[in-house]
Design a protein. Structure first.
Length: 337
């Protein structure tokens, strides 16, 4: 039996009533032309934008709830939405609020997610539990992309995606992000896969999932905090217009091909690659000693690196701002063409 571990304080903070019914058919994806279940709530501003054809950019919320400390997380969330608006699009930050799937958040909801310690980190498989139990939480890349796709949004932006974890020969640990990227019509803009992962096998898995990986002004796969992984990628694109043309060609041909746009962090913003590798190896060793594995591994390693590698938080902020600016350009071009 699933136990409800969150108190009703999330209702008091947000003013939303807890829902007790589970979203049906959500795992299949809900298209824009179909009616959404009552637990799937699209903010009025986002609904209006989708109806009018105004560009919309979806943003994740796990970075708010689990990626950075308060108040840096709240300030960043607000700034990312501001970048989208200045670029001529409407931001749609996704999250779970009191058992409701939310596409677009109010200022008070953003602040609640940034402050609260009890909120969950929610992936796609966790959504039915979160809805049924009335949980609030930040949505991961996979869950955010799934929600954005269901809402009919064409562009989703994050910092770095998950992927194939190191030591796959010992334990099969592959992020939920990859299969969702593979089947989504909504494209993902990121700074590559997180540098703590097995990047070569991550790229191989993306190919297996028939994901089209595009390098924005780069010939190699970006590695999140580090600009260049040294791993070549097949397709380089040099403008947002080129990306929009590729997306529209896929859509005209009705191809089931997920698209991942990788945008490397600026050289001036990346962490020192040599120091990064040294700290990463120390983090992996520490995690093994403490028997950290599964879904706990990524937040553990990232927290260790934030503590021991100068400039990590600043790099994270810089890269996601860059991604949001690029994603907004793409969204605007898609609607204008």
């Amino acid at each position: 039996m699933v136990r409800r571990t969150q108190r009703s304080e999330n209702d008091q903070l947000t003013g939303h009533k807890t829902s007790s019914s589970v979203t049906r058919g959500f795992a299949e994806g809900v298209r824009r032309s179909e009616s959404h279940p009552e637990e799937f709530v699209i903010a009025e501003e986002v609904q209006e934008a989708l109806r009018k054809g105004t560009p919309v950019v979806a943003l994740e919320s796990a970075i708010i709830t689990h990626g950075m400390p308060y108040p840096i997380n709240l300030e960043l969330a607000q700034e990312l939405e501001s970048i989208v608006r200045k670029g001529g699009a409407i931001p749609a930050t996704t999250a779970l609020v009191s058992g409701k799937i939310r596409v677009g958040l109010s200022k008070s909801e953003l602040e609640m997610l940034a402050r609260a310690k009890w909120v969950k980190k929610i992936g796609p498989r966790d959504i039915p539990v979160a809805v049924a139990m009335g949980f609030s939480g930040g949505t991961t890349v996979a869950a955010s992309l799934h929600i954005a796709d269901a809402a009919g949004i064409r562009v989703f932006v994050t910092g770095g995606i998950g992927g194939v974890h190191r030591g796959m020969s010992e334990i099969l640990d592959i992020s939920q992000d990859l299969p969702v990227i593979g089947r989504a019509r909504c494209i993902t803009v990121c700074a590559g896969a997180k540098s703590i992962l097995d990047l070569r096998n991550t790229l191989e898995y993306l190919e297996t999932m028939s994901v089209l990986v595009l390098g924005y002004q780069t010939d190699t796969l970006p590695a999140f905090y580090v600009r260049d992984s040294g791993i070549p990628i097949e397709y380089r694109v040099d403008s947002a217009s080129d990306i929009a043309a590729i997306v529209e060609a896929r859509d005209r041909l009705n191809l089931d091909t997920g698209i991942l746009v990788t945008n490397p962090i600026a050289e001036c913003d990346q962490v020192d690659p040599a120091k990064h590798e040294k700290v990463l190896q120390a983090a992996l060793k520490k995690a093994a000693e403490e028997k950290i594995e599964g879904k706990a591994m990524t937040p553990y390693i990232l927290a260790y690196m934030q503590k021991n590698l100068p400039g990590v938080i600043e790099a994270n902020i810089a890269l996601i701002k860059s991604n949001v600016a690029l994603g907004t350009q793409i969204a605007t071009l898609l609607k204008q063409r």
